[in-house]
Design a protein around this ligand. Structure first.
Ligand SMILES: [Ca+2]
Ligand SMILES: [Ca+2]
Ligand SMILES: [Ca+2]
Length: 263
């Protein structure tokens, strides 16, 4: 440096020790402003398996994320960025945290069972110096009881002979529920709206199999049709329910094939 100083323009020829002090000071300053730390997520693993409820309007809060960066100034200022599922979630940086919200209604009973989100925490250093860390975690969509059981048919019809063996099922009703666990756990009952008719039958609350519980009279053949209402109820809170009409027509003994109870 001194060698290149052209003659009279060198107003001060500082002693060597001053120059050293000055350069070590600027080295220290440079260290203080360098970007030496990357953002670190405080509890990434704790986020794995967090849940969000289906069927809520967009904008639902999912989780707040925090990453720390020990650098000073912009080098320690963290912003948060979502790498995937941008049509479903958004992240916003506010006061050093990343807030994840939904951007649409989720339907667990459709496609939205779980998501694996990757969030990047990036410090505010210039692009070629910025440091970042990723956190990937699973979000589970919680079920709510938003669907009633649905019977597999709009109407059940069955003929029954007057000498029907009471050990043999008359027919079976079945319903399905697209929710999960207790929200899809179905119990079958017979409504008592027409108690004269329903008193002849029982239904297995787990299987939906309907049995005859009282003997039929020969005079009922070709005359009597039992009008029943079967009900399926899930175990949600509150439960949801659906009904289906069941018609059982009495025919004379011997007029049905051996496996007449099939439907
Ligand atoms: Ca940093
Ligand atoms: Ca549901
Ligand atoms: Ca349900």
């Amino acid at each position: 440096m001194y060698a290149t100083c052209p003659g009279y323009r060198c107003r001060t020829n500082r002693p060597v020790y001053e120059s050293q002090t000055s350069s070590s000071h600027s080295l220290l300053t440079s260290l203080q402003t360098r970007n030496t730390h990357k953002p670190i997520f405080n509890e990434c693993s704790a986020l794995d398996g967090i849940s969000v409820t289906e069927n809520r309007t967009a904008g639902l809060s999912v989780v707040m994320m925090t990453a720390s960066d020990e650098d000073q100034g912009v080098n320690g200022q963290v912003t948060y960025h979502l790498l995937n599922d941008l049509e479903t979630f958004a992240i916003e940086t506010k006061t050093g945290h990343g807030y994840i919200t939904t951007t649409r209604m989720l339907d667990r009973d459709g496609e939205d069972r779980e998501f694996f989100l990757t969030v990047i925490a990036r410090d505010g250093a210039p692009p070629d110096e910025a440091l970042q860390e990723a956190c990937t975690f699973k979000i589970i969509v919680d079920d709510i009881n938003d669907n009633p059981p649905n019977f597999d048919k709009p109407l059940y019809e069955q003929n029954i002979a007057t000498d029907h063996n009471r050990e043999t099922a008359v027919l079976r009703v079945t319903a399905t529920d697209i929710d999960t666990l207790e929200n899809a756990d179905i119990t079958y009952t017979l409504d008592n709206t027409n108690s004269d008719d329903s008193s002849y039958f029982s239904i297995n609350e787990n299987t939906g199999i309907i049995n005859l519980v009282k003997p039929l009279d020969d005079s009922m053949a070709s005359v009597k049709t039992f009008e029943l209402v079967a009900r399926a109820t899930d175990k949600g809170r509150p439960p949801l329910t659906n009904t289906v009409p069941v018609k059982v027509m009495v025919v004379s003994s011997g007029s049905l094939p051996a496996h007449h109870h099939s439907n």
